[in-house]
Design a protein around this ligand. Structure first.
Ligand code: NAD
Length: 258
């Protein structure tokens, strides 16, 4: 009998266009905690969902800036894992667009070239007041796992406070990134949804749109995040184990023009 992973490998083997939709779970094995992982140390008493809002920044900009510097330091220490690397392998033979909710840069550091960030990036702060992105990076200080509250640097143009260039709860997604993501999703044959709980909208619409557009949807997650059907598959397990196993099963048929 064909196993689920073999069935999925066959689907991908026949697919020309693939969208890989990722969430915090793909970076978990690189040491970056997801929202569902318990926080440790000084941050254990904070709820990330309460720190990641414009009103939290207005109320205590130093607390929010300190939180993001801590997250930035975590990402700087992390390395792409086997799942990030397997996606790069897949893109050698098929058209692969990565649509990520993550604000880390592990897909790019693994070697993925077509990456759409729906929720912005930790690496690019912008001004809270005038929304400009400063030409110079204000991160000369290699921060501070210790630092709980750190005053944000000021915008060189208007002297407003700099905030992280990420999408906070209640904010719109970057319009161009969302448009490109929808376009890729509507045109794909298979959508792999890896390490996402599917509760943060509108990003969580991506697998739904893929399914409505006639694509197969494959969820890779240790938790059963969807019901299987004739067009929806679940590979239960960790991304760094499941994604390389899947990619190694896919035939080496080269579907990209040489
Ligand atoms: P989430 O925290 O809501 O859910 C994480 C999901 O990953 C869960 O379904 C969990 O079962 C799964 N998971 C845990 N370990 C896994 C593993 N080893 N392999 C595969 N899956 C695993 O994260 P989300 O769905 O991405 O949505 C919440 C928001 O969290 C997003 O907006 C994202 O920007 C933000 N976030 C990003 C990062 C990052 O950039 N690395 C980290 C934390 C949170």
């Amino acid at each position: 009998m064909t196993s689920t992973i073999e069935a999925v490998a066959t689907l991908i083997g026949d697919a020309k266009r693939i969208v890989v939709f990722t969430g915090a779970g793909i970076s978990a094995e690189s040491g970056i905690p997801t929202f569902r992982d318990p926080l440790t140390g000084i941050w254990a008493r904070h709820d990330p969902e309460k720190l990641e809002t414009a009103s939290a920044f207005r109320a205590d900009a130093a607390l929010v800036w300190g939180w993001y510097l801590w997250r930035r330091a975590q990402v700087a220490r992390a390395e792409p894992n086997a799942a990030h690397l397997a996606i790069v392998q897949l893109a050698k033979t098929r058209e692969v667009t990565v649509v990520t909710q993550n604000i880390d840069d592990l897909h790019e550091r693994a070697g993925s070239t077509d990456v759409i960030h729906l929720h912005g990036s930790l690496a690019q702060p912008k001004c809270f007041a005038c929304h400009r992105i400063p030409a110079e990076q204000p991160f000369e200080n290699p921060i501070a796992s210790e630092g709980l509250r750190i005053e944000p640097p000021r915008c060189p143009r208007c002297k407003g406070k700099l905030r992280p260039g990420v999408v906070w709860f209640g904010e719109d997604l970057p319009a161009a990134a969302w448009k490109r993501a929808i376009l890729a999703t509507k045109g794909c044959d298979v959508l792999l949804s890896i390490g996402t709980s599917g509760v943060v909208f509108p990003a969580a619409e991506i697998p739904i749109i893929a399914q409505q557009s006639g694509a197969y949807v494959v969820h890779i997650n240790p938790a059963p995040v969807a019901h299987q059907s004739s067009r929806v598959f679940c590979l239960i397990g960790r991304a760094a184990e499941q994604v390389p196993a899947l990619v190694s099963l896919i035939g080496s048929t080269h579907l990209l023009p040489h």
